[in-house]
Design a protein around this ligand. Structure first.
Ligand SMILES: Cc1cc2nc3c(=O)[nH]c(=O)nc-3n(C[C@H](O)[C@H](O)[C@H](O)COP(=O)(O)O)c2cc1C
Length: 191
C-alpha cells in the first residue's frame, strides 16, 4: 500500500451502558480527526460490537478464531493504522468492556499508535487512562503520551453535544498530530 494513503483510524467508544455519554465524547474527537485529510476515520462502538466475555478457546497469538464476533473484531482492528480510545473511569479503572475487547486479539494491535481520551469527574478519568495505557503497551501498541483527560465532563454537554474549551481543542490538535506522525512511522515499519 502507498505510504501516502490516509491512515485508517478507529475511534473506539468504550462505555456500553444504557444512558452513557461515551458517544457524545466520541463524536467530538472523531469529528476533529475526520477534518484531517491524513485520516480515514471510523467510529467503533463496543456496545454495538457486543462482544461476549472472552470465549475463544485458543490463545489470540494463534489467530485461529472460532467465533464470528472475534473474526469481525479482528478485521476491524487488523486493518487499522491507529486508535483513539474514548473511555470513562469506573472505580478508578477502565471499564471491563475495553479490557475484554483488547484481550480478544494480539497481533492485530501490534506496532500501532493508540491515543486515549478519558472523561469523568474531578480526575477527568486520568487513573482509568493510565491503567489502560499500560495494557495497550503490553500488547505492543505505542500508547501516546499526548492524551486528553476531560474533567467534569457532564457540565460540558449541552443538548447532546460536547462543548469543548480552548485547552481541550489545543490538546486534541497535539494528540492528533502525534497520532499522525506515529501512524505514518509505524505503518512504514510494519511494511
Ligand atoms: C460504575 C461506575 C463507576 C464510576 N466511577 C467513577 C470514577 O472512578 N471516577 C469518575 O470520575 N467517575 C466515575 N463514575 C462516574 C462517571 O464518570 C460517569 O457516570 C460517566 O458518565 C460514565 O461514562 P459513561 O456515561 O460513558 O458510562 C462512575 C460511574 C459508574 C457507572
Amino acid at each position: 500500500m502507498s505510504q501516502d494513503a490516509p491512515l485508517k483510524i478507529k475511534v473506539i467508544t468504550v462505555s456500553t451502558r444504557p444512558g452513557r455519554i461515551g458517544p457524545v465524547v466520541t463524536d467530538w474527537i472523531a469529528a476533529l480527526a475526520a477534518e484531517r485529510a491524513a485520516f480515514e476515520v471510523e467510529v467503533v462502538d463496543l456496545a454495538e460490537l457486543d462482544l461476549p466475555l472472552f470465549n475463544e478457546p485458543k490463545h489470540p497469538s494463534m489467530r485461529d478464531y472460532q467465533h464470528d464476533h472475534t473474526k469481525r473484531w479482528a478485521a476491524i482492528v487488523g486493518e487499522a493504522d491507529g486508535f483513539v480510545f474514548v473511555t470513562p473511569e469506573y472505580d478508578f479503572f477502565p471499564p471491563a468492556s475495553i479490557v475484554n475487547a483488547v484481550q480478544y486479539l494480539l497481533h492485530e494491535w501490534a506496532k500501532k499508535p493508540a491515543a486515549v481520551v478519558s472523561y469523568g469527574g474531578v480526575s477527568g478519568g486520568l487513573r482509568s487512562m493510565q491503567v489502560l495505557r499500560g495494557l495497550l503497551g503490553n500488547l505492543n501498541m505505542v500508547a501516546l503520551s499526548k492524551s486528553i483527560p476531560i474533567p467534569f465532563v457532564h457540565g460540558m454537554i449541552k443538548e447532546g453535544v460536547l462543548e469543548a474549551n480552548q485547552t481541550m481543542g489545543d490538546g486534541a490538535k497535539l494528540m492528533l498530530d502525534e497520532l499522525e506522525s506515529w501512524g505514518r512511522g509505524l505503518r512504514a515499519m510494519r511494511g
